[in-house]
Write a protein that binds this ligand. Structure first.
Ligand code: ADE
Ligand code: ZN
Length: 322
């Protein structure tokens, strides 16, 4: 099995419908509006984000989050993943009644449990949610910066890219950068090339979440390649959310051929009927990557990981030499 690494998964979005139904029974909540016949129900980005929020609200204690992280990471390890970075959202935790500190401690407990069982290494990237507003994003950055938790390695912004101006998030990212956190931002998913360019100009991230719509502007593609910006590509998510009609139309292969550093991730796997293993499979089936090229994708992801240098060297050492 090809060793894999994931850089882009929202932890609340990794909860399976079955686990969410279990949580709903625990808290006496009706989830028939978002889950039917064991599948999440949504029809566009806005209704996806709403379903995501309802599911997230059912994780309310440290133990709930520990189980969520353990379940996600253990299943990832079964697919051959040796490393994962996932997005956390202190705002979703707060809305569910838990402090950012307790939320992080719960997730960290799950990370340690999964590592003990499977060997998978993982780190958290704290995110602010764009449609929750600038104040909330800055509060998330302040939490990430002061937390000092050894498993928090980065800061990012997720949520509805159609809301707000990227310039407004500069202060939040400065707070994170000063705390030596890795920087990533969602752009070029529901926004076009201008959104990616604004993110590069104003935020100066090492990585872009998605970024795939850069393909609409060849100069921007060249800039991404020249500057070595890493794209956290999630093709299955992009097709599920209707950015592209099918995988054959997805620009992953073209971005890679243009010299961009591309990686593969699952984003919100059960919402989009995908897994990291399936994303690697898509690269094999649709963009002509062979096993060696897939290993190269994993290497790119590990080199771009926000993990400390020593752990990174150890992970790279676990890849077959050839
Ligand atoms: N939050 C969870 N999934 C997301 C996505 N695909 N884009 C932006 N924000 C998200
Ligand atoms: Zn995402």
């Amino acid at each position: 099995m090809t060793p894999k690494a994931e850089l882009h998964c929202h932890i609340e979005g990794a909860a399976s419908p079955a686990l969410v139904e279990k949580q709903a029974a625990k808290y006496g909540v009706d989830v028939s509006g978002i889950i039917r016949d064991g599948r999440y129900q949504w029809h566009d980005f806005t209704s996806f984000l709403k379903a995501y929020d309802v599911a997230a609200d059912l994780f309310r204690t440290e133990e709930d989050y520990s189980r969520l992280a353990d379940t996600y990471l253990s299943s990832l390890a079964r697919e051959g993943a040796i490393y994962a970075e996932f997005f956390t959202s202190p705002d979703h935790a707060r809305r569910a009644g838990l402090s950012p500190e307790a939320y992080t401690a719960g997730l960290a407990d799950g990370m340690e449990r999964a590592k003990a069982k499977t060997g998978i290494e993982s780190r958290m990237i704290v995110t602010g949610v764009r449609h929750f507003g600038v104040e909330a994003i800055e509060a998330a950055a302040r939490f990430a910066a002061r937390s000092g938790h050894p498993l928090i390695a980065g800061f990012g912004v997720a949520g509805d890219e159609r809301v707000g101006e990227v310039e407004d998030f500069q202060r939040a990212f400065e707070i994170a950068r000063e705390a030596a956190l890795g920087i990533t931002i969602h752009a070029g998913e529901f926004g076009g090339p201008d959104s990616v360019r604004a993110a590069l100009d104003h935020i100066k991230p090492a990585r872009i979440g998605h970024g795939v719509r850069a393909i609409e502007d060849p100069d921007l593609v060249k800039r991404i390649a020249d500057e070595g910006i890493v794209l956290e590509c999630c093709p299955g998510s992009n097709v599920a959310l209707g950015l592209y009609p099918d995988l054959a139309s997805h620009p992953f292969g073209k971005l890679r051929a243009a010299g961009c550093k591309v990686t593969l991730s699952s984003d919100d796997p059960p919402f989009f009927h995908t897994t990291l293993g399936r994303e690697y499979g898509h690269a094999l089936d649709h963009w002509g990557l062979d096993q060696k090229a897939l290993l190269g994708v994993t290497r790119t992801a590990l080199e771009a990981a926000f993990v400390d240098r020593k752990t990174k060297a150890g992970l790279l050492d676990r890849l077959p030499k050839k």
